[in-house]
Design a binder for this molecule. Sequence first.
Ligand code: FES
Length: 374
Amino acid sequence: MPILHKISANGSLFSARSGAVLLDAALLQGVEFPHDCRAGRCGTCLTRVKKGITLGGETGEPRTVYACQARVLSDLKVEFDDLPPPQTVGAQVTGMTDLAQDVVELQVRPDGPMPILPGQYCRFTFRGFPTRAYSPTVSMTGETQAESFRLQIQRVPGGQVSTNLGERICSGHRLTIEGPFGTAFHRPGRSERLVLVARGTGFAPILAVADAALRENFQRDMVVIAASRRIEELYMPAALGRLSTAPNASVVATVEQPQGQSRLVRTGPVEDHLPCLTRGDIVYVAGGRRFVEGVANLARAVGAQVHFDAFESNGSENPGGGFLEKFAKTAKSVVFGAAPAAANGNSVGRPTINAPPRSQDHRWDRGGSAPDAA
Ligand code: FES
């Protein structure tokens, strides 16, 4: 006779055999439980274990597990964040703007309401093309356009979707949007310092979180770090300049490859430019997998809260001088120059974050495992 355990999840009651996967048990009994990949990758099923014992699915946070990987060993009381329920809606491409040579901003209007929290992501299937995951974000310049999603997409050579943007995918193209998913969303009502770290088009969800946090409290302590491989790939000067107008926001742009074009932009790996993280910080990070894991490990090491979703890292190309001009005009409290690690309060002995080559980043698509994620 199998042992049945009683589970309470956000007030819903169900049962699970001893050893059953928590998420499977919930879904089998019709309990709504947030999930996406069911493989321990996306973080959508992040669950806090308030009472009882589970095995597996550890996240690095105390008593927080991935329900899709955690097995039930006792009666449980668990909680997860109340998120907008995933749905599938039709949509239409309404606009397309080049942000840089290799990065395009796509505007997409869903046919109906589709609630999404800042920082979450959805899966987009352009008619006739494979599905891709992107994080809707806000305008780089702060203008609002209700009912529309903005996506920042890198054009990847050979990419089945991205190379067709502006070609076979133009204004009027139909698509479906499934979502939202992910747990790296802005939590309102908090006052701790935010440390927001992005590489490539991982900047999209980071911008969405920063924008939401500043709309809630323009005085919020915040450090925003936008990293890329080369200076030509920094495509977000307008947004960085806008964020830097907040009185307690510091904005850092950094590139991994040495550059002599601008003192406005730092050089070196991102860990050289992180502020001294503390237990009280809330860290969001988005970019390629190894980049995200590296920053997340640094945050966890000091006990900071860290939020991230698996994200397809997109590099970028940009028009060069235009960027520097715009950055210089808009940057107000930007941290200039390539400051040494000690000046940034970096602790000694931090592990190096090995940002993988772009081609490897793209293999790690949070919407699936397609080799060509773009
Ligand atoms: S559904 Fe559990 S991590 Fe994605």
